[in-house]
Design a protein around this ligand. Structure first.
Ligand SMILES: C[S@@+](CC[C@H](N)C(=O)[O-])C[C@H]1O[C@@H](n2cnc3c(N)ncnc32)[C@H](O)[C@@H]1O
Ligand SMILES: Nc1nc2[nH]cc(C(=O)O)c2c(=O)[nH]1
Ligand code: SF4
Ligand SMILES: [Mg+2]
Length: 216
């Protein structure tokens, strides 16, 4: 099938347990919880999104006709070392969006594995995960039923009325992370997140390090 991609870029993963790891980000167009238009934000199922995922007009974006074409485009962003081989370290890609699992399928994960990639996904947890994802990060959104209750890290934006952390503690994840909600109340949300983690040591603070580093 074809894939609609907003942008592809090479940076350090800014968040979660893979923070600091060199990564090719592939941002898919579109989300099931918001149109991406500011006019619709106040009535959307997810209202605090910090990301532009509309269209295919970003760097490296476009429509890719099949899985091989998209996997090759992602691979072209990984640095080449001596002899034209990938530079040291296993090539790593983060599939995000928008909601990547509206488009990611087993054809794409197989094509990325054939290119040598380890594959992470950032998902809102409302769509089942296809075969072949190596690292699953679920970030629940209040009011939207989570169907992905197993994975590697559960990264909850805090605070969200109706998505209190305790609701997710029975899920089967290796890591439970709390991210302060960015936006107008970022400073207060950061203080509240620190206080929550101090009171509830099961949860660890997650910071969006790329934002204060000033990298993509
Ligand atoms: C833009 S989303 C795309 C992936 C997927 N749709 C999701 O929500 O997980 C990537 C990550 O950014 C987080 N995020 C979005 N807006 C945020 C905000 N205002 N503050 C903190 N994290 C935010 C999401 O919760 C998610 O973990
Ligand atoms: N550096 C960097 N790390 C990220 N981790 C998750 C991101 C996302 O937008 O999904 C993101 C992003 O956009 N940039
Ligand atoms: S689910 Fe993810 S991409 Fe969709 S609006 Fe919310 S944060 Fe943004
Ligand atoms: Mg982001």
């Amino acid at each position: 099938m074809a894939y609609a991609v907003k942008e592809i870029f090479y940076t350090l993963q800014g968040e979660g347990r893979n923070a600091g790891r060199a990564s090719v980000f592939c941002r898919f167009t579109g989300c099931n919880l918001w149109s991406g238009r500011e006019l619709d934000r106040a009535t959307a199922a997810c209202q605090f999104c910090d990301t532009d995922f509309v269209g295919m007009d970003g760097p490296g974006g476009g429509r890719f006709a099949d899985a091989q074409a998209l996997a090759a485009a992602i691979a072209s962003h990984w640095p080449q070392g001596a002899g034209g081989k990938p530079a040291g370290g296993k090539p790593f890609t983060v599939l995000t969006g928008g909601e990547p699992l509206l488009q990611v399928d087993a054809d794409l994960t197989a094509a990325l594995h054939a290119e040598g990639f380890e594959i992470a996904v950032e998902t809102n947890g409302t769509v089942p995960v296809p075969a072949g994802i190596d690292w699953v990060c679920v970030s629940p959104k209040a009011g939207n039923a989570v169907v992905v209750t197993t994975g590697d890290e559960l990264k909850l934006v805090y605070p969200q009325a109706g998505a209190e952390p305790a609701l997710f503690e029975g899920f089967a994840f290796d890591h439970f992370l709390l991210s302060p909600m960015d936006g107008a109340e970022a400073a207060a949300n950061t203080a509240a997140t620190v206080a929550y983690c101090l009171q509830n040591p099961r949860w660890r603070l997650n910071l969006q390090t790329h934002k204060f580093l000033g990298i993509a």
